[in-house]
Design a protein around this ligand. Structure first.
Ligand SMILES: CC(=O)SCCNC(=O)CCNC(=O)[C@H](O)C(C)(C)COP(=O)(O)OP(=O)(O)OC[C@H]1O[C@@H](n2cnc3c(N)ncnc32)[C@H](O)[C@@H]1OP(=O)(O)O
Ligand SMILES: CC(C)C(=O)C(=O)O
Length: 815
């Protein structure tokens, strides 16, 4: 049947109470009520599969842990399970001394007896009896007059009095009595009062404190707006006698979805106690939710006397015992209640959090309260054991503020506003494309990929390997190993930047000049790689605590074609860098922005004009070395020699042209190379005489005389081959020279010449780890001799001769 056009033909409105001078609207709740959890009774009776004893026990212990002091544990006469559960709690001593066990019974003598029996021996028990009092129930369910309805309640109250007194005498159990005129909200207000007065008289011993009789006035079915319930409660309280000897208890259900409001207004109307269930389980739409009520009070600064500090474990217990989920938007407890997806909410939360940290610091310094005041978040999730992780989640409805908040939370980077806008475009494009929520990991990974931030995994095409800065205008022109002033420093001086930059895996030696380190670096990029940018915006902040703090730098680069007045955030390229040294952090930020800007555009190779060749690449240079000296350099040694050539080209101002004989001279000098097998080796380290013995198959012992910078030294060392044995011997020359980590990383050899003129050419790469943990450096050596072992040993000595220079480079290394 469809909904009616005129529903008044079918449904009657509730009857208002005539209470023109009602007081409750101007009252405030100033303290928590007494709470009774009826999860194990009203909640349990509404479950398709009532809880097992084990589940009820688990739930009971959770309630105790949350601080509930009155727990309706069962309807013991209903089943052996319920009866057994109550007995189990008592017999296993699971009930703390300050917790009251409440049990429900109808007004039936046999069932009352079993109910009282169930709690015999408990320390404190509340017997709760009910009978419905409203006209429909009187007429339809019981077929009773008003008088008989009162008699039913009175007679069975007397039975309860007698049985509880006997029980106290026998077992020492302390009893209280609760009476519920079930369907109170549908009962004529004066009749409800009449029944309760009669019950009070029948009980005959209502007094102060623990002697107070509990009148529980249920909204068995919620039938009106919540103000009506408040009116009913205020009316009841005004008209009963001996108010001081009774506790007024509420038992709201939630049929209209206003159970919470009804409970709160009825508290304002003077009630003392509330019965409900955690997260609102219970008949139909449930009992009133005790968690919501308690946390509503908490957010008003009122101690609820219930502890939900670990709300997740409470949720876990309740959902598993009830086998019912909690709605994701359930007040205070749903998985989405502290989450903002939308941009303007996220922006406000981010700003609120930042302002609050400042406000709290000031308040604490003055000894004042640090009040919580965050837009859209009426409670601090941390108070409930929740993290801030879930507060901001990102999808296509999100904005820059929320994304920047996550970057700050997870990467500790406080992006400048215009960079936020720029990164937002990146995230927005992804979420628009996928239509899905972006996780924190998605966002941080996109950030690292976009800005080549976060270590070698995210490196771009250009990677700064090492650099030094020289102050060109100072009298000494000295190289500064720990560079200081960044661009923007007021003492702007002409600086020279020298650096090694890996470009698509090939090391380039670059040099540039500018008014500060960053502009000198940009100048070098322009000169060597045709990358032309200038800085439009620069900012920095520190990250972390004093001693270990680092500098985070943000740079926006723009190409010269951009109008300097154009502030469109999308016309520039942003970069970020972090380092304990502020200059390095700025340089990294420049590189981050450059990597983003160049994309996959082709960059000019380093070329030299060697001899007759017009444009010589690394392969041509290797061919020239082979032509002149017969040496077939290993690939990585070719790259290493190219670095030397580049540096030489810069230092000697020889431009990009180098005669062939200059090239061979430079090769000989760099590697202390001589092709005369008899000639004394010109290196710092020259081999005079040696023997290599083999004490066993896997060991070699080198003993020999080596000239070290002109002085002859007898040395000995052991390794698994002649070369490693020589290396071990060299390490003994000066034990503190920092060569502990020196090792052979590559070895190659080939023959040169034919017949009796054949000689062996050996190549060795030695690798030294930097002491400061900033990576490792390698140096190559080459040796030539008729005897292959001697040629290898010469190659080791040739490489070792280059180590002084290496050590200097390591000082200025960039990780
Ligand atoms: C609003 C509430 O939540 S009230 C609590 C409701 N909870 C429960 O009912 C769960 C436990 N209940 C039970 O296990 C059973 O109903 C029992 C054991 C109490 C009684 O079972 P039965 O004797 O089979 O009766 P039944 O379940 O049919 O209950 C209806 C009878 O109880 C009577 N009745 C209903 N409420 C009450 C009451 N508060 N006091 C006395 N009698 C009552 C009805 O008038 C009806 O009587 P009738 O058989 O003479 O017509
Ligand atoms: C027994 C009573 C209090 C009840 O559960 C109700 O009226 O909802």
């Amino acid at each position: 049947m469809p909904m009616l056009a005129v529903p008044s033909k079918k449904y009657r409105p509730y009857t208002s109470i005539n209470l023109p001078d009602r007081q409750w609207p101007s009252k405030r709740i100033t303290e928590a009520p007494t709470w009774l959890s009826t999860d194990l009774r009203d909640g349990n009776q509404a479950l398709a599969n009532p809880m097992t004893i084990q589940q009820k026990t688990q739930f009971f212990l959770q309630l105790v842990k949350c601080g509930v002091k009155e727990i309706e544990v069962a309807y013991p006469a209903a089943s052996d399970t319920d009866f057994g559960f109550v007995r189990g709690l008592i017999e296993q001593n699971l009930v703390p001394d300050d917790v009251w066990l409440q049990v429900l019974t109808p007004a039936r003598a046999d069932l009352i007896k079993r109910t009282v029996d169930s709690v015999a021996g408990a320390k404190k028990a509340i017997i709760h009896m009910y009978n419905a009092t409203s006209p429909t129930f009187r007429q339809v369910v019981f077929g009773n007059t008003k008088e008989k309805t009162i008699a039913l309640a009175v007679d069975h109250t007397k039975i309860i009095r007698q049985l509880t007194e006997e029980c106290t005498a026998k077992y020492g159990t302390q009893f209280r009595y609760e009476y519920s005129p079930e369907t109170f909200t549908q009962t004529e207000p004066d009749f409800a009062i009449e029944v309760c007065q009669a019950v009070k008289a029948a009980w005959g011993k209502a007094g102060p404190g623990d002697e107070r009789i509990i009148f529980n006035l249920p909204a068995t079915v919620e039938i009106a707006t919540p103000n009506h319930y408040a009116d009913q409660i205020e009316y009841f309280i005004r008209n009963v006698t001996e108010r001081e000897n009774m506790l007024i208890s509420l038992h709201p259900h939630n049929d209209r979805g206003t159970g919470i409001a009804a409970a709160e207004l009825a508290l304002m109307a003077g009630a003392d106690r509330i019965e409900g269930c955690l997260f609102g389980n219970g008949e139909r739409t449930g009992n009133v939710d005790l968690v919501t009520l308690a946390l509503n009070l908490y957010t008003q600064g009122i101690a609820p006397n219930l502890d939900f500090s670990d709300i997740y474990s409470v949720i876990e217990t309740v959902t598993s015992c009830n086998d019912l989920p909690i709605h994701p938007r359930h007040p205070w407890a749903g998985e989405l209640v502290f989450t903002a997806f939308s941009g303007s909410h996220q922006d406000a939360i981010k700003k609120g959090m930042e302002a609050q940290s400042r406000r709290h610091a000031e308040a604490l310094a003055k000894g004042e309260n640090a009040y919580w005041d965050i837009p859209y978040l009426p409670i601090d999730p941390a108070d409930l054991g929740c993290t801030y992780e879930a507060i901001i989640r990102v999808n296509s409805q999100s904005g820059k503020g929320g994304i920047a908040y996550l970057v700050k939370q997870h990467l500790l980077l406080d992006l400048p506003r215009r960079m936020q806008i720029s990164f937002y475009q990146v995230i927005q494009a992804i979420s628009d494309r996928t239509g899905k929520e972006m996780t924190v990991e998605d966002i941080t990974t996109s950030f690292c990929n976009t800005y080549h931030y976060g270590g070698s995994k995210y490196e771009g095409r250009l990677v700064l390997r090492s650099f030094s800065l020289a102050n060109l205008t100072s009298p000494s022109n000295s190289v500064s190993p720990t560079p200081g002033a960044a661009d923007g420093d007021l003492t702007s001086r002409l600086r020279r930047f020298d650096g090694k930059l890996s470009v698509d895996g090939v090391v380039r030696v670059i040099r540039g000049e500018g008014n500060g380190p960053l502009s000198a670096f940009l100048d070098a990029l322009h000169k060597h790689l045709d990358i032309d940018f200038s800085i439009r915006e620069y900012s920095e902040h520190s990250v972390g605590e004093s001693t270990s703090s680092k500098a985070a730098s943000y740079i926006e680069l723009v190409s010269p074609s951009i109008d300097p007045m154009d502030k469109n955030p999308l016309s520039g390229s942003w970069g970020v860098g972090i380092d304990s040294d502020i200059t390095s952090s700025g340089l990294k930020a420049v590189l981050s922005a450059v990597n983003g800007a160049i994309g996959d555009r082709a960059l000019p190779d380093f070329t030299l004009t060697v001899g007759l060749s017009d444009r010589s690449s690394v392969a041509d240079i290797a061919t020239a070395v082979q032509g002149a000296l017969g040496l077939q350099l290993p690939k990585r040694m070719q790259a290493s020699f190219l670095e030397v050539l580049q540096a030489q080209a810069l230092d000697q101002h020889i431009g990009r042209e180098i005669p062939l004989d200059e090239l061979t001279k430079l090769f000989r000098k760099t590697y202390n190379f001589t092709d005369d097998v008899e000639e004394t080796h010109p290196s710092n380290f020259a081999l005079r005489t040696f023997t290599v013995e083999a004490p066993d198959a896997s060991r070699r012992v080198f003993t020999g005389v080596v000239s070290v910078s002109g002085k002859e030294r007898q040395i000995t060392g052991e390794g698994n081959g002649p070369l490693s044995a020589l290396l071990a011997a060299l390490k003994t020359i000066s034990p503190n020279n920092g060569w502990e980590t020196l090792a052979i990383s590559e070895f190659a050899e080939h023959s040169i010449g034919h017949g009796s003129d054949v000689r062996a050419a050996s190549y060795v790469e030695l690798v030294l780890d930097a002491h400061n943990g900033k990576g490792s450096k390698s140096v190559w050596g080459v040796g030539l001799h008729e005897d292959i072992t001697t040629s290898g040993l010469r190659a080791v000595l040739s490489a070792a001769g280059g180590l002084d220079a290496v050590s200097t480079h390591l000082q200025n290394g960039v990780a």
